[in-house]
Design a protein. Structure first.
Length: 329
């Protein structure tokens, strides 16, 4: 090893670690950078101790790591900065990385719901097979149970109830995903409920009312369920196929990602609950209510595929750099 060239190449990282060690407060991003640099420098010191006869360099890095270790053990970070980092980097990046899974769940869910809706609409055999009453007028009539469900309770109490129920459903879909089948069953039952309601309303000639009451809150709410189900199934698949990582390490990594998704979805479902509690039953024209729901959905998707994508790529670059440093050393 050419110690002089190596030291020259790594000097800027050591200086950066020294600056972060001396800095009074660290943001969330700076804490992650500080920990990564501390680990990197520790590995480099061990390497240099076996290759370099330069005691000045060894002692200098040892002193730097001693200061950084003390800073690491007693670090005080700005709580609000950590919360901000979670919502600007942690949560959207975790959702973005799981995008193939939850987009797949969304496609399957909507296909199953549409197929069931078409089957139920105008089919007595379908109703008998599913145990549905021959006359569903109490559900489908104007002001029937499908519509009155959204207005029979005070708006604030209904919004809180919806938020709690949806958060529970999302949590079950996410954390039973490690077993795969329970999560798939839960998602299927939700798709079945949507499909049956759509089929019955279509049979009654009230499909416009179905979409007018479902879409305002349903777009964001169902997207949150898709994300939870996709992240959960990804966790379950990691147990089956951990890739090149040891199974325990891969599961721990995906478990942390699942927990991040779960925490972030609490806020997403709060927004959809507020829409369902106050906008869906408001009596406003259907285009206005659906427009509000569409706006909330587009904001969430832009959040995931904008900041989420950037944060995921940044984190991937940091991991690749650390892996390269480990292998090259």
């Amino acid at each position: 090893m050419d110690v002089d060239a190596y030291s020259f190449a790594q000097r800027r990282y050591w200086d950066r670690l020294d600056r972060l060690t001396a800095q009074r407060r660290l943001t969330g991003a700076e804490v992650d950078e500080f920990v990564a640099l501390y680990r990197r420098t520790s590995q480099q010191l061990a390497r240099l101790q076996s290759h370099s006869p330069d005691p000045e360099l060894i002692n200098g890095l040892s002193a730097l790591l001693a200061r950084a270790r003390g800073r690491l053990l007693s670090a005080r970070t700005d709580t609000w900065s950590r919360i901000g980092y979670f919502f600007t980097h942690g949560f959207p990046a975790a959702v973005y990385r799981a995008r193939r899974w939850w987009l797949g769940v969304a496609a399957a869910f909507l296909a199953v719901s549409a197929a069931i809706g078409i089957w139920v609409s105008g089919s007595g055999a379908a109703r008998r097979a599913l145990g549905l009453p021959a006359n569903a007028e109490k559900l489908t009539a104007p002001g029937g149970r499908f519509e009155s469900y959204y207005s029979e309770h005070p708006h604030d109490a209904f919004a809180a109830q919806v938020w709690t129920n949806n958060a529970w459903v999302a949590a079950i879909a996410l954390f039973t995903g490690i077993l795969v089948l329970p999560a798939a069953y839960l998602l299927f039952m939700n798709a079945l409920n949507v499909g049956v309601s759509a089929g019955l309303m279509a049979d009654a000639g009230r499909l416009e009312s179905f979409f007018g009451f479902l879409l305002p809150h349903g777009m964001l709410e169902l997207t949150a369920i898709f994300v939870a189900g996709g992240a959960g199934l990804r966790l379950g698949w990691t147990l089956i196929d951990p890739g090149r990582s040891p199974r325990a390490e891969a599961l721990a990594r995906q478990g942390r990602a699942a927990a991040t998704v779960a925490l972030g979805l609490v806020l997403v479902l709060l927004v959809s609950g507020l829409i369902e509690g106050f906008v869906t039953p408001s009596g406003w024209p259907a285009p206005a209510r659906i427009g509000i729901g569409l706006l909330a959905e587009l904001v969430f998707l832009a959040y995931v595929f904008g900041p989420g994508r950037s944060a995921a790529e940044e984190q991937a670059a940091l991991r690749a750099s650390a892996e390269y440093e480990r292998i090259s050393g």
